[in-house]
Ligand binder design. Sequence first.
Ligand code: UDP
Length: 248
Amino acid sequence: MSSSPPRYKRAILKLSGEALREPGSTDNISPEIVERIAREVREALAPGDVQLGIVVGGGNFWRGASASARGMDRATADYVGMLATVMNSLALQGSLEHHGVPCVVQSAIEMKNVAETFIRRKAERHLNEGRVVIFAAGTGSPFFSTDTTAALRASEMSANVVFKATMVDGVYDSDPKKNPNAKKFSRVSFHDCISKQFKVMDATAFSLCMDNHIPIVIFDLGEVGNITRALRGESIGTLVNGEETVAA
Ligand code: UDP
């Protein structure tokens, strides 16, 4: 019996900030890359059967941990990082709207002139009414990451999946950039991700998704069409869930 690919009613897409920057460019945000992502999101949502929340990172501008390692107070550095995610969120909102995708930015740090404040029940209504919600400013608290934000928003919005679109095409047993023999997994258990400390997401994000039974799909944002493939339920990258680990 052939099984149809899984469809997700409500998804959270995590975009790493770094992926919005053109490699080698001094511009933190590439308008062309943002446009490309917006076009893909429009295509992916065209069938009208998926509700989408997006969490954007801020690593193309700033990472709190790196600034703190260079002497800055960690909490202050993290607030700077959260504000960076708001810039990325506004850029993405502009492009999505340009492509006809109705879209709202909700910020975890109040910033009334540029974004709604995050209110779960309002976000719920936006999603039900077919608007994309971009969750900006992370969790609103220092010492967290935007991966954890994606896991948190997925949990509180009862999403069926977290898509982590990043610079690698899945989870490997070691860094594929350093080790040419690194082995990729098609599926990996939450338990292995946490106990073997796979660096592709932080342990808090994995634990939240594990506790709330939300699978994570990790895939390469650089490959055109991957957002559409992921949202349509095709199997790409690495699936992280409660089942056992399988090599690709
Ligand atoms: N950040 C934070 N709390 C959050 C989310 C993010 O303090 O809930 C800060 C933290 O300093 C982080 C920065 O925002 O380094 C940018 O987010 P992240 O590193 O997750 O971005 P990405 O690597 O996905 O681009």
